[in-house]
Design a protein around this ligand. Structure first.
Ligand SMILES: *[C@@H]1O[C@H](CO)[C@@H](O)[C@H](O)[C@H]1NC(C)=O
Ligand SMILES: *[C@@H]1O[C@H](CO)[C@@H](O)[C@H](O)[C@H]1NC(C)=O
Ligand SMILES: *[C@@H]1O[C@H](CO)[C@@H](O)[C@H](O)[C@H]1NC(C)=O
Ligand SMILES: *[C@@H]1O[C@H](CO)[C@@H](O)[C@H](O)[C@H]1NC(C)=O
Length: 217
């Protein structure tokens, strides 16, 4: 079948927009651009600091040396190294996080709207899961040294199923991936999602809704 000029243009445009739609952070336009966090961020990150004042410490992040605080209802903690704490990430489309778990601790179901993620189990055993847009659950126990990739935007979680603590290092392909917890978004938003919506969505009565909400005050 012959492809006309206008069909070829259509295919090229489609390919362009599909690529744009599935890409993550845009490519940098310089070798580095240490974010000037005192400046007002533009649509795509921070302006660069003066490159002649850059030092090696702009490329090193010490924020995940220590464990995060796990004394909370989830029995887990997370420390993020996004551009907001590690300005050297500015324009590079990367960030890092450290997740710590007490026994039975969980990072509850959440999504990262702007990044795919790789989680590396450095210590312990975690039940790691992804639920896709067509509602398939992909889940199993991961042990030390294993890595899972979590495609951008999908719901996922990790739960410590070992007898000791667990530790995960996560890298994400955005300097500011965002994190949205499913339960908190629906039951802990401000202002509140109306009862009627929660009743019709989760088939819960008012007492059950208030019980769930009470965990997110
Ligand atoms: C950057 O810093 C250098 C050295 O301090 C200085 O000479 C230069 O004017 C600065 N550039 C800008 C754009 O501020
Ligand atoms: C890690 O913890 C030690 C001991 O509490 C503290 O001295 C050090 O400053 C911490 N390091 C970082 C990077 O937070
Ligand atoms: C951890 O968080 C708990 C609850 O917010 C707090 O009471 C405790 O002081 C924190 N521990 C450390 C070491 O910061
Ligand atoms: C615990 O999990 C909820 C989501 O269910 C989240 O909103 C909250 O920030 C977590 N708490 C801590 C201290 O990590």
């Amino acid at each position: 079948m012959a492809v006309s000029k206008s069909q070829a243009l259509g295919i090229a445009l489609l390919a362009f927009f599909v690529t744009v739609a599935v890409s993550s952070d845009p490519d940098p336009l310089q070798d580095f651009c240490i974010g000037d966090l005192t400046a007002v961020p533009g649509v795509n990150g921070f302006p660069c600091t003066n490159s002649s004042t850059v030092t090696v410490d702009d490329f090193i992040y010490s924020g995940i040396v220590n464990s995060s605080n796990t004394t909370n209802i989830n029995r887990s903690g997370a420390i993020f190294g996004t551009v907001l704490r590690f300005p050297g990430l500015n324009t590079l489309g990367l960030s890092i996080a450290r997740l710590d778990f007490l026994p039975e601790g969980i990072i509850p179901p959440h999504t990262h709207p702007r990044a795919s993620e790789m989680v590396y189990v450095e210590e312990g055993s975690v039940y790691a899961a992804i639920v896709t847009a067509d509602n398939r659950l992909f889940a199993r126990v991961m042990n030390r040294g294993e890595v899972m990739v979590i495609p951008r935007g999908l719901i996922h979680w990790q739960m410590n199923v070992g007898t000791g603590n667990a530790k995960i290092i996560a890298t994400l392909n955005s300097q500011l991936p965002g994190i949205q917890f499913i339960a908190r978004s629906m039951f802990g938003s401000r202002p509140e999602v109306p009862d009627e919506v929660l009743e019709k969505t989760f088939f819960l009565d008012e007492a059950a809704i208030n019980q769930v909400r009470s965990n997110f005050v």
